[in-house]
Ligand binder design. Structure first.
Ligand SMILES: N[C@@H](CCC(=O)N[C@@H](CS)C(=O)NCC(=O)O)C(=O)O
Length: 324
C-alpha cells in the first residue's frame, strides 16, 4: 500500500501551489480586497442606428462567439428567437488552454487570436479580448462587446430581416419589470456563479453561494405563478437567465461549487429551462460538450488536471414539454 507523502513534501507543495493559485486566480479573476470576484467593464458600446456610423443591414454584421461562454450564448439565443440566423453570421472562436485567450477556428482578417483582432480594430487596445463581439464586416470595427447591449440591439434593429419579427423580447410595457429582474439575476445568478467559483476566500464564497440559492428559490416561486419571469411571454430577462441555467448542472454545480441543489431538482426551474430549450432554434445554440470542454479544460487553477467529467445526464431537456 502506498503511504502518505511525508509532511515536508505536503507543506512545500501546498505553499508553492497556493502562491501559484493566488497569482493565477488574480490574473483570471480580478477581486476586491475581501476576495470577491469583480468583472471588468466592457469598452465598446456603439449602437446600430439608421443614420449613425452603424446602420442596420443584412449580412453586414457578425457575432464573434465561443460556444462555452454564457455571455456570448445570450446573443445566439436572441438571434435564434428572432430568426436572424440568415442575416447575421456567427464567427466561432475556441479557447486556447495554453495562451489563455480565444483563437479563431480559421484565421479571420489575418488574425489567429481574438486579442490580435481587437488590436487591429483599435491599435493600442490593452483591455481583455472578450466574446461576444458584434463585428462590422464592412468597416472591420467592433460595434459592441457587451452582451447586455447586443441582445437589445438584436431584438430591435434587424426586424426587417428577422423570420420572427413579431417576437419582441424587450417590449415597452415590460421594461421596468425586465430591468428589475436583470439587475437581480446578473448580480446573484449570472455573475453569482462566477463569484462562487472565483472566490478566493471562504467568506466571499459563502456570501455568493447563499445569495445565489436564495435568488434561485425566489425565481422558482415566481415561476410557480407564470411560465416566464415577466408573465406569459419570453423576454430578455429569460434569455439572460437561460444561459446560466443551461450550464448549471453540468459545470457550475461541480466546478464552481454551486452544489446546494441542481436545476433539474427544482419544481419549476427545471421545467422552465426545458421550456426555453425547446423554443424553435434554441437547442441548436446549446452544446453542453463544448461548454464542459471550455470550462473544465481551460480554467486551469480550478481544475489543474484538465479532466472533463462524463455527466450529468441532461436528457430531461428533450422530454415532452407542455405547450409553450
Ligand atoms: N461583459 C461581457 C463579459 C463577457 C466575458 O466575460 N466573456 C468571457 C468568456 S465567458 C471572455 O471572453 N473572457 C476572455 C478574457 O477575459 O480574456 C459581456 O457580457 O458581454
Amino acid at each position: 500500500m502506498a503511504g502518505l507523502p511525508p509532511g515536508v513534501l505536503i507543506r512545500t507543495a501546498k505553499q508553492v501551489w497556493t502562491t501559484l493559485w493566488q497569482t493565477m486566480m488574480g490574473q483570471m479573476a480580478p477581486t476586491s480586497k475581501s476576495g470577491d470576484y469583480q468583472r471588468p467593464e466592457s469598452e465598446f458600446r456603439h449602437r446600430i442606428e439608421p443614420a449613425g456610423t452603424y446602420p442596420a443591414a443584412a449580412h453586414r454584421y457578425g457575432l464573434i462567439v465561443g460556444m462555452g461562454c454564457p455571455w456570448a450564448h445570450r446573443t445566439l439565443v436572441t438571434r435564434a428567437l428572432k430568426g436572424l440566423e440568415g442575416a447575421i453570421a456567427a464567427i466561432p472562436v475556441v479557447p486556447s488552454p495554453n495562451e489563455g485567450c480565444w483563437v479563431f477556428e480559421t484565421p479571420f482578417r489575418g488574425c489567429r487570436t481574438l486579442p490580435e483582432l481587437y488590436r487591429q480594430a483599435q491599435p493600442g487596445y490593452r483591455g481583455r479580448a472578450t466574446v461576444p463581439v458584434l463585428w462590422d464586416l464592412q468597416t472591420a470595427a467592433i460595434v459592441n462587446n457587451e452582451s447586455a447591449d447586443i441582445i437589445v440591439i438584436l431584438d430591435e434593429a434587424f426586424n426587417e430581416w428577422a423570420t420572427r419579427p413579431e417576437v419582441s423580447l424587450y417590449p415597452d410595457g415590460l421594461r421596468a419589470d425586465i430591468d428589475r429582474w436583470n439587475d437581480r439575476i446578473y448580480h446573484a445568478v449570472n455573475n453569482g456563479v462566477y463569484r462562487c467559483g472565483f472566490a478566493q476566500t471562504q467568506a466571499a464564497y459563502d456570501r455568493a453561494c447563499t445569495e445565489l440559492f436564495e435568488t434561485l428559490d425566489a425565481i422558482d416561486q415566481t415561476l410557480a405563478q407564470h411560465p416566464y419571469l415577466c408573465g406569459d411571454r419570453v423576454t430578455l430577462a429569460d434569455v439572460r437567465l437561460f444561459t446560466t441555467l443551461f450550464r448549471f448542472d453540468g459545470v457550475y454545480y461541480s466546478l464552481f461549487k454551486c452544489n446546494r441543489r441542481r436545476i433539474q431538482d427544482y419544481a419549476h426551474l427545471g421545467p422552465y429551462l426545458r421550456r426555453l430549450y425547446q423554443r424553435p432554434g434554441v437547442a441548436e445554440t446549446c452544446d453542453i460538450e463544448a461548454v464542459k470542454r471550455d470550462y473544465y479544460g481551460n480554467l486551469f487553477p480550478l481544475n489543474p488536471g484538465g479532466i472533463i467529467p462524463q455527466g450529468p445526464d441532461l436528457g430531461y431537456l428533450n422530454a415532452p414539454v407542455e405547450a409553450v
